[in-house]
Design a protein around this ligand. Sequence first.
Ligand code: 5GP
Length: 346
Amino acid sequence: MRIETDLKLGFKDVMIRPKRSTLKSRSEVSLERNFNFLHSTASWTGIPIMAANMDTVGTFDIAVVLAKERLFTAIHKHYSVQEWDDFLQNVTPDFYNYIAISTGTGKEDAAKIAQIIKSNPLLKFICIDVANGYSEHFVRFLKQTRKQYPEKVIIAGNVVTGEMTEELLLAGADIVKVGIGPGSVCTTRIKTGVGYPQLSAIIECADAAHGLGGHIISDGGCTTPGDVAKAFGAGSDFVMLGGMLAGHTESGGELIEVNGEKFKQFYGMSSATAMDKHSGGVAEYRASEGKTVQVAFKGNVINTILDILGGLRSTCTYVGASRLKELTKRTTFIRVSEQENQIFSK
Ligand code: 5GP
C-alpha cells in the first residue's frame, strides 16, 4: 500500500481568474477548433463539445441538432445495423464529421461495427468505450481496431492518468477519453472506491497526450456551463456531456408525467435499468455501477446548447481569449472553498 499526497482537484475546487482583455463583445469569440490527429489523416473542424454515448443522450435525434451547430455526438452502441442503415440514408457527407459509432470490446461488438462500417464507409469516428481502460484486453482490442481501420479517427477510454493516456495513444488511439467516476449517474466511486478528481485528471492526461500529438476528451462531471469552461481551461480538447444533455425532447428515455409535471428517465449505462434493457439483467458476479433518475423535462436541446456556448464565450471574454484554442493558455485557476451563492437555490 502507498499513499500519494499530491493534491488532486475537481471542478468545484477552482474558479478561473479574470484577466485583462481587449475583446469588446462575446460575439468576437470563436469556439471552433481545428484538429489534425495522431494516427488518422483526417482533420476536424467544429465546436468540440460531445454528447455522451448513452442511450438516453447520444441518440440520432440529438446528433441531428448538434451537427447543425457543428457539435459532436458519440452515438450509443445499442442501435441495430438496420437502424444505422436507415438513419444514414438521409444525411449529408458533412454530418459524418459530427458523429462517432461506439463499441465495446466484445467479439459481437467488433462484428457489429464492421457490418455497419461496411455498408456506411463514410463513418469516420470510432469510439471504443469501456468503464475500465486499464485492461490489457482493451489495449489489444484497440491495437486490432487500429490495424483494421487505419484511416478512422479512434477514440478510446476511459482512463485518468498520464501513463495510460500515452499507452492508448501508442496503441492506436487518436483521442483518449478521460474520466473514472465523475459522471452524474455513475456510482463507481461508491461501489468500488476507485476514481480520480476530474480537473486533475484532465490536466495530467492532456499534458501526456499533447506531448505525443494526441488529444483528449474530458468525459463526465460537468454540471454547469462553468464546468465545461473549466474542463477546456484545464487543457481538454473536447468535453463530453451526459447529464447536462439528458431530459430533452431529443434525448432518449421515457417521458413521464407525475402530478402534472414532466420528467424524463435518465440512467447510467452500467445501471440495472440499462443492463435489464440491453443485457437481460445484472450478471450475478457484478454490481450495477450506475443510477436511474428522473430529470425534469427541459424542452428542446438547442436551448441548452446555446446556453452552454453563451457561457463559454463569456468565459473567453473574461480571460481575453478570442478563440477557444487560447483558453487553456489564458487560464489561471484559483483554489477556492466556495462556489456560487446558494441563497435562492434551495
Ligand atoms: P455526466 O456528463 O452525466 O456527468 O457524465 C457522463 C459520463 O458518465 C458518460 O460519458 C460515461 O463515461 C459515464 N457513465 C455513463 N453511465 C455510467 C454508469 O452507469 N456508470 C459509470 N461508472 N459511468 C457512467
